[in-house]
Each structure stands twice: as structure tokens, then as C-alpha cells.
Design a protein around this ligand. Structure first.
Ligand code: FMN
Length: 168
């Protein structure tokens, strides 16, 4: 049986660097894994507005991420593929990540299966530790709230000059 992988995809560009990385995964591993892709720009999730309703009722007042919440509960393997925008995640993906606040508020991260995350980041600049550490620190806290540890970080850098996977 193919194992489930939950993918958070953060790029708006169909033919961009992240799309190429995702396509390689889909092509090479489709027989082994079953990919559940949450495309942040297509999903256009409502941003968390800090209403704290989840604290009272145990669920978010918005239903647009119900499928994502249910996948999060049951799938132990997560891949996040995203460009870096201003040392962070693009706004639509950040909106999804902020909605993990539900689990932080409920202190209910243990109700979600323990997860491993692979983080694939694409950035225009040449890789630089200070630069990358800002987004990685955010990712660390974001994923902690859903009971997930980052196991591997892959940086596709310098894309302003060299497009990713140009040789493929
Ligand atoms: C709004 C915006 C902000 C960006 N901010 C950064 C940044 O902080 N650091 C960086 O190295 N590249 C930055 N970039 C460049 C992208 O991260 C880079 O082009 C990336 O490879 C795009 O991935 P994609 O082709 O999958 O969309 C930014 C691009 C945009 C459009």
C-alpha cells in the first residue's frame, strides 16, 4: 500500500522552482507514495484573526481548512515546498500555518499523530545562514504546534541567477 504524504505547497508559479521540485517528487515517487497536496494559493485560506473561538469550541469557526485539519491528524509525513518571501513564507501559506494556532490554543498537539517534516525552500539569493535561519526558526515553531519535527531542510538557492533543475 502506498504511504500518504501531506504536501504544503507555497509557490504561485506554475513553472517556478518549487513547482519543478514538486513535479520531480510526483514523477519519481508516485508509485511509492500517495500525495495529498494543499496548494496555498489555490486554497486561499482565511487568515487567523485571533478570535479564540477555537479555545471555547475546540474547532475553528472557518471551515475552509477542515480537510487540511483532518489530513494533519492522520498523516505522519509532511513535505513543505515553498519560496522564501521577505525571509518568511508567502502570505497564503503563512495564513495556513497561522491557522495551526488551533492546536496551540487547545494544547492538543498530542491529538495529532507525531510527524516528520521535510522542508524544501527556494530562494533568489545565494544561501546564507542568517537569511535562512529567520524562516527556519519560524518553521520550527509552526511545526511544533502540530506535533512535527523538521527532519531535513533542502535549500534551492541563487534562483535569481540559476533556475533550479535546469539540467533536468
Ligand atoms: C515577494 C517576494 C519576496 C521575496 N523575498 C525573498 C527573500 O527574502 N530572500 C530571497 O532569497 N529571495 C526572495 N524572493 C525570491 C524567491 O524566493 C525566489 O525567486 C524563489 O526561487 C521563487 O520560487 P518559485 O519559482 O518556486 O516561485 C522573493 C520573491 C518575491 C516575489
Amino acid at each position: 500500500m502506498r504511504r500518504n504524504i501531506l504536501v504544503f505547497f507555497g509557490s504561485p508559479r506554475k513553472w517556478g522552482n518549487c513547482a519543478k521540485a514538486l513535479n520531480i517528487l510526483l514523477k519519481d515517487f508516485r508509485g511509492i507514495f500517495s500525495f495529498n497536496i494543499i496548494d496555498a494559493y489555490k486554497k486561499a485560506a482565511k487568515p487567523c484573526d485571533g478570535c479564540d473561538i477555537c479555545k471555547k469550541f475546540g474547532k475553528c469557526k472557518y471551515s475552509d481548512l477542515d480537510v487540511a485539519y483532518s489530513l494533519l491528524k492522520s498523516i505522519p509525513n509532511v513535505i513543505t515546498i515553498s519560496p522564501i518571501y521577505n525571509l518568511s513564507f508567502p502570505a497564503p501559506l503563512k495564513a495556513i500555518f497561522d491557522r495551526f494556532q488551533l492546536y496551540f490554543n487547545l494544547r492538543a498537539k498530542d491529538s495529532i499523530i507525531k510527524k516528520k517534516v521535510i522542508l524544501i525552500l527556494s530562494c533568489g539569493r545565494k544561501m546564507n545562514k542568517t537569511h535562512i535561519s529567520v524562516v527556519v526558526t519560524q518553521a520550527y515553531f509552526i511545526f511544533k504546534s502540530i506535533n512535527a519535527d523538521i527532519k531535513k531542510i533542502i535549500i534551492i538557492d541563487n534562483t535569481d541567477k540559476i533556475k533550479a533543475f535546469d539540467n533536468n
